[in-house]
Write a protein that binds this ligand. Structure first.
Ligand code: ADP
Ligand code: MG
Length: 252
């Protein structure tokens, strides 16, 4: 008698938003940045959040990161650690606005999450060096943020998240300050690294060429999450283009 194979276990979503809303300010000056929105990100998902400026993309990403609380509704991370401190290390955020620490060099900025997490010095150095190389800013390692262009600073912010090797990468307009070729390369790197470390990737963008590189597309308009569609699958070329090689400390 042959036994029936079990279906693959459904992995818990890394983040679930249940009717989350966020209002800024009070009374007549209140702005509803996000209206009741429900969504989830499964492990390994590749999701683009698209919509015009002011449509609520950053606010939704911040809510998914846990850095901002919803005014109503609930956000949970069933597939991540239950205590906030450990969970914080499992989520990497590339902020839209400048986020490097002005007093720290590029290499110190990129190493910061690992230093705070107590990762050994040798492994930190290796991961940071690899990440800075991937986004072509290794030659700027000893510069201060004030010496960088907007695009260089943005790439360092991406390197910081790549070195962190989180389970959920939330990148807010990561190509906003880059030319087309650099932007596409950065998307290659994000996709290849997410593949390598087994992370889910959510990228907000108003660039349709960037959005097309991801499998899922969420559309926001005036604070409402209107649609959650599947893109035509993008060809998996990013691995060849980036040439990501595993570094020590990679999760198996
Ligand atoms: P997007 O990232 O799509 O440009 P945001 O989430 O940044 O959109 O903003 C959505 C709306 O919420 C905008 O009208 C914006 O002005 C407002 N908003 C965002 N953050 C704040 C804040 N901290 N205080 C007041 N209003 C805010
Ligand atoms: Mg934004």
């Amino acid at each position: 008698m042959t036994s029936t194979p079990h279906p693959p276990a459904q992995q818990a979503p890394v983040v679930v938003c249940q009717d989350v809303a966020r209002t800024f300010g009070h009374g007549e000056r209140a702005v509803v940045a996000v209206h009741g929105s429900t969504c989830e990100v499964l492990p390994g998902a590749r999701t683009a959040i698209v919509g015009p400026s002011g449509s609520g993309k950053s606010t939704l990403l911040h809510i998914m990161s846990g850095l901002e609380s919803p005014t109503s509704g609930a956000v949970t991370w069933p597939g991540l650690a239950t205590d906030a401190e450990r969970r914080g290390r499992q989520i990497g955020v590339v902020f839209q606005s400048p986020s490097l620490v002005p007093a720290l060099t590029v290499v110190e900025n990129a190493a910061l999450p690992l230093v705070l997490a107590g990762v050994a010095e040798g492994e930190t150095d290796e991961r940071v060096r690899h990440a800075l190389h991937l986004v072509d800013v290794h030659q700027l390692a000893d510069q201060l943020p004030e010496e960088l262009s907007g695009g260089q600073a943005q790439r360092v912010a991406v390197a910081r998240v790549l070195a962190q090797r989180p389970d959920l990468i939330l990148a807010d307009e990561p190509t906003g300050q880059l030319d087309r070729a650099s932007g596409q390369h950065l998307v290659d790197v994000l996709l290849a690294t997410a593949d390598e470390i087994g992370a889910a990737l959510v990228v907000s963008t108003h660039d349709s060429e960037v959005a097309e590189r991801l499998t899922l597309r969420w559309t926001m308009h005036e604070g409402r999450l209107l649609a959650q569609d599947t893109n035509v699958p993008a060809p998996p070329t990013h691995r060849d283009r980036v040439g990501v090689t595993p570094v020590s400390g990679a999760r198996s």
